[in-house]
Design a protein around this ligand. Sequence first.
Ligand SMILES: *Cc1c(COP(=O)(O)O)cnc(C)c1O
Length: 369
Amino acid sequence: MKTEETVLEINLTALEKNVLYLKSRLKPTTLFLGVVKASSYGNNSVPIALHLQKKGLANYFAVAYTSEGKALREAGITLPILVLHPQPINFDDIVKYKLEPTLYSQRITKLFLEYAEKHHLVKYPVHLKCNTGLNRLGFDLNEIDEVLALLKNNTTVTVKTAYSHLAASEDMNEKEFTENQIKTFIAFQEKINKTFSHKVIYHQCNTSGILNYAHAQFDMVRCGIGMYGFANDAQLQQYLTPIMTLKSVISQIHTLQVGDSLGYNRGYIADHITKTATIPVGHADGINRIYGKGKGFVFINGKKAPIIGNVCMDMILVDVTNIPCEEGGEVIVFDKDHTAETLAESAGTISYELITSMAHRIKRVYIEE
Ligand SMILES: *Cc1c(COP(=O)(O)O)cnc(C)c1O
């Protein structure tokens, strides 16, 4: 699709294919939770979640914050929504929008149980976060008995799932650490199973967990980046297609003479006659200032144009000295072939950070093949 301004083109057919591929790596009975936090990693969570729900591709959704879950409910998402990282101040909205909180500390557990009692909740679904080595959120193995004692025979809530998160599932140098996380999670499961008479759903794998540790798929997996087309692995990348394309246009072309400078703080000084193109996408759009001064690039007529000078708020400046191009012509910042991963790597960051940084002001266009 030709564009006349900066747009994010999002391919829903590629999304479906990615999910089907990831599911093909799992047992048919394993449930699939689609992680749609952070605006579905920049793709906007409402259209992504609605599409997955309509096509029957997810059993569950997860968001990080309560406000993200509220937006999904208001847009008609009816599947269960797990909130990965709620705060006590969110309890009213959690219950009002039928969101399911993670209990990750003794503090939030006690506060939620008090809240549930006070509001006469009955078997309200909650999820237990088990810390197996990430040391970010979750109960330690040596405190879980105390927590389970609070929950056992408590009729205001019901523990629907228990989960843990892998620290380095994409890094095969950390295989031993990861296998230990899996073992620790199984130790949690034994304690949890002894506490409750109902079946608790267990889940530990993120995208790279699905791809590298399928034996730890348990009852469900939580998949984010893979749905959006990134495998975190050069070999496996061939099976997934990045769904997001960032396109823009050339607003203006300048020719710099030797000694001329370009952009703020004179970030580039021409040592040869330099043809530059000005592109309407800047650090306020998510192309932050770690790019520029030769780090990072865009593609014009299939050729790589390095970002030179400093990234501005609303524009970048690229070197097109050897690229035939004209004002109004198309620019690909990243797409399925020139991926966000490659661009991110050029500046020492990761696809996750680049795609989740895409500003709301950029128009999203959804396509189906
Ligand atoms: C973000 C997140 C995921 C998704 O991870 P991907 O690597 O994007 O698949 C899964 N679980 C938790 C707890 C998360 O925070």
